[in-house]
Structures are given as structure tokens and as C-alpha cells.
Design a protein around this ligand. Structure first.
Ligand SMILES: [Zn+2]
Length: 240
């Protein structure tokens, strides 16, 4: 069934576009998801029902409460890992959008001691660090998935004040102050990881961005985000 969302049309449009864009960029495949905090009821958030992101339309969006549960009467199946989103929104009131992916180049950084660090300005938001969440430390018997509130809360705790958290043997989650920013960060986390891996094959050590460069570049990128967003949106929505 379809319920009325407490979100503006602009936010709904951004979420649909964001899902399609992340699928087109192969950051999301049949798995992974994007959400946004409701711009009309900040204690709730909006995300698709359990569906491959390339197929998401406005009619597939659901409103979830602060505990990541659907509103009464909405019987559609939500994503198993919706608790990632709900617990980050609870812990970080300024966060407006969240992307969770199984982005392939990021996986090695969650499974080794090598830290994911900003190798170029598009990945500058990684200056804040990309801590690794190890689900075993919270729950010995697990299937890697963040399938309830306590696991979501523990993940949000590892994220702390950072922009990105890696998940051992699983993937990563990024936050943003808008849907375009979260999409941008998910795409460039994958690219930064790929380039950092490539750089390890050349003569080192790798000269990463300093914290100060990272901070300044993050602010600059925020000011130009409309440009890639318009391009990506047009390209992703052209496909049915
Ligand atoms: Zn996942």
C-alpha cells in the first residue's frame, strides 16, 4: 500500500535520483540503500521498500520512525539493514542523508590494517577518518548484517563524528548534509579506495591530503555539488 510521506517533493525526487545514480555508478547493485531524514518530521526518515536501487520510484518510498520501523498500516517489506540509517539519524542530528553500500574497492580496507585515507580532493571528506566497525566485537554470532537497533547503535558509535565508517567483511556507510552530498561521498569513497590501492603499487610512501587540506577541500566540494548532481541525475533518470 502507499502512504503519504512527510517529505517534500524535492526530497522524494532526490532520493529516487540518488538510488538510480548509485546503481548506475555501480556503487549499489541489487544490494545497498540510500535514505534521507524527513524534511517535515526530523524524527523520521524516508527510504525505499526492499528493492534493487535501479528500480526505485517515488511509490516505493516508505516513511520509517525513529526506531526504523514502518508506520502503522504500511505492510511493505523494508530493508533488513534499515537500522543502520535510523541509528545514525538518532546519534547525529545534523545528518540529513545516509548511503550504505558493499562498494567493492572499499572492502580490502575493512579487512586489513591499511587505513582508507584521502588520496585526492574528491575524497577529501575522508580526512575525518574512516574507522572500521567489527561486528564480532558486538555480537559473536552474526551474519554480518545490521539487522536490529543494538547493532545499528554500535555502528553509529564507531562512525562517531566521522563521515564514513567501514564494515569488516561487509561494506561501508557514508553520511551527508543532503542527498546529493551523501551520493557524492559514496561514489568518491569507491574511487578513492581504488586509487589508494593503485598507489600502493608505485614507489611510496603515499602522500595523502593533510587534515587541513581535507577540511578546506570538503568545504569547497560542498559549494560545487550541484554540478555533478545535475549531470548524474540527468544520466541516471534517462534510463527507465
Ligand atoms: Zn549491507
Amino acid at each position: 500500500m502507499k502512504t503519504k510521506l512527510s517529505a517534500s517533493k524535492a526530497l522524494v525526487d532526490d532520493l529516487v535520483a540518488g538510488s538510480r545514480i548509485l546503481a548506475e555508478h555501480q556503487v549499489l547493485d541489487a544490494y545497498g540503500h540510500i535514505s534521507a531524514r524527513s524534511d517535515r518530521r526530523p524524527g523520521r526518515f524516508i527510504m525505499s521498500r526492499s528493492l534493487a536501487p535501479a528500480l526505485v520510484t517515488a511509490a516505493d518510498l516508505m516513511e520509517l520512525d525513529a526506531d526504523s520501523e514502518p508506520l502503522p498500516g504500511d505492510k511493505r517489506k523494508g530493508f533488513l539493514e534499515r537500522y543502520i540509517h535510523g541509528e545514525i539519524y538518532r546519534a547525529r542530528p545534523e545528518v540529513m542523508a545516509v548511503v550504505h553500500s558493499h562498494s567493492p574497492s572499499v572492502i580490502p580496507f575493512g579487512a586489513t590494517k591499511t587505513k582508507l585515507r584521502p588520496i585526492y580532493h574528491m575524497g577529501s571528506f575522508l580526512w575525518s577518518g574512516a574507522p572500521v566497525f567489527d561486528i564480532r566485537k558486538v555480537r559473536e554470532e552474526n551474519d554480518l548484517l545490521i539487522r536490529d537497533n543494538p547493532l545499528g547503535k554500535a555502528l553509529a558509535g564507531t562512525l562517531g563524528k566521522c563521515n564514513c565508517v567501514l564494515m569488516r567483511g561487509h561494506g561501508m556507510t557514508v553520511i551527508g548534509d543532503s542527498v546529493p552530498e551523501a551520493v557524492f561521498r559514496a561514489i568518491y569513497t569507491e574511487m578513492n579506495a581504488r586509487m589508494q590501492l593503485q598507489a600502493t603499487q608505485l614507489e611510496g610512501p603515499i602522500d595523502f591530503l593533510s587534515d587541513e587540506e581535507g577540511r578546506r577541500s570538503t568545504a569547497s566540494n560542498r559549494g560545487t555539488i550541484e554540478r555533478p548532481w545535475e549531470l548524474w541525475k540527468k544520466s541516471a533518470l534517462r534510463r527507465k
